[in-house]
Ligand binder design. Structure first.
Ligand SMILES: NC(=O)c1ccc[n+]([C@@H]2O[C@H](COP(=O)([O-])OP(=O)(O)OC[C@H]3O[C@@H](n4cnc5c(N)ncnc54)[C@H](OP(=O)(O)O)[C@@H]3O)[C@@H](O)[C@H]2O)c1
Length: 245
């Protein structure tokens, strides 16, 4: 179970046994363990959703093959798993990160290039040189606005998050001149049919041995010290809660 606002307006988050609305449940594929499923969690699920949205350019829309893909907030939960999946799909991944010290980590996940976030944190041009066939954005604001004006014709931008801000100031030119698509990712209310498809693909696209290396396992009590770090964007990868710790 992910999404449906469980842990927000419904009880059931951070528990081993929970009574939940049966309509929220998806049968776990046999090739995933419970730990692997929750290591991915909502973030990993959203990364998979975003990767399939980008793949839609070549499959669903029968457009050109996707080659270059940008991932922003790349060391975060959504970003790091997206880097891994998009590389596995055969795309050249460029990661945008505020953490210079994590360049080697991002390369180990499959990023070909790593760009410092500062290069995207500036006022965007009306339209810029087209560089990306697809974008997974987890940050919003100027970073997303710059990604939009750098997206190639018919490119798809999967809008996942607002780690920096809810704001987006952009213009219509890249949409009219390049036919780009801004596609919002809503993991919380995604249909059961789509959830089953996405979970079914997880084991094919994710290297869990690699992912395991960047997981921090903490106790429920340690969450209190972890939340401020999440809000400051200081976390790398995923944080797993061991309720027995
Ligand atoms: N649409 C959905 O269904 C869905 C599902 C899951 C999550 N989300 C959203 O997606 C976003 C990412 O989630 P997550 O789990 O990956 O979060 P996370 O693990 O906290 O990672 C966010 C990353 O964004 C970057 N960042 C943080 N603060 C920033 C700032 N002020 N300016 C620019 N970059 C900043 C950092 O990466 P670098 O240091 O590498 O730049 C950080 O590691 C969140 O906004 C979350 O709410 C949406």
């Amino acid at each position: 179970m992910t999404g449906f606002r469980v842990g927000e307006i419904f009880y059931g988050g951070y528990s081993q046994i929970a009574k939940v609305n049966g309509d929220f449940l998806v049968k776990k594929p046999k090739n995933l363990t419970s730990k692997q499923a929750m290591t991915l969690g909502t973030a990993g699920f959203t990364s998979l959703m975003a990767a399939f949205a980008i793949k839609a350019r070549e499959e669903l829309l029968l457009g050109e093959k996707v080659k270059n893909v940008l991932v922003t907030g790349a060391t975060g939960g959504v970003g790091s798993v997206a880097v891994m999946i998009l590389n596995k799909m055969g795309y050249e991944v460029t990661a945008v990160s505020g953490k210079d010290s994590k360049t080697e980590y991002l390369k180990s996940l499959g990023a070909k290039n790593v760009i410092n976030r500062a290069e995207f944190d500036k006022d965007p041009k009306l339209i810029d040189k087209g560089l990306w066939d697809g974008v997974v954005d987890t940050v919003g604001g100027k970073i997303l606005a710059n990604a939009i004006v750098q997206t190639n014709p018919t490119g798809i931008i999967a809008v996942c998050g607002n780690a920096s801000t809810n704001e987006l100031n952009t213009n219509v030119i890249p949409f009219m001149l390049r036919g780009i698509k801004l596609w919002g990712m809503d993991s919380a209310n995604c249909s059961i049919k789509r959830r089953e498809f996405i979970w079914g693909e997880a084991a094919n696209l994710i290297d869990f041995d690699l992912l395991e290396k960047s997981i921090q396992t903490i106790s429920l009590e340690e969450l209190i010290e972890t939340y401020p770090k999440i809000l400051k964007g200081e976390i790398t990868g995923r944080v797993l809660i061991d309720l027995n710790k």
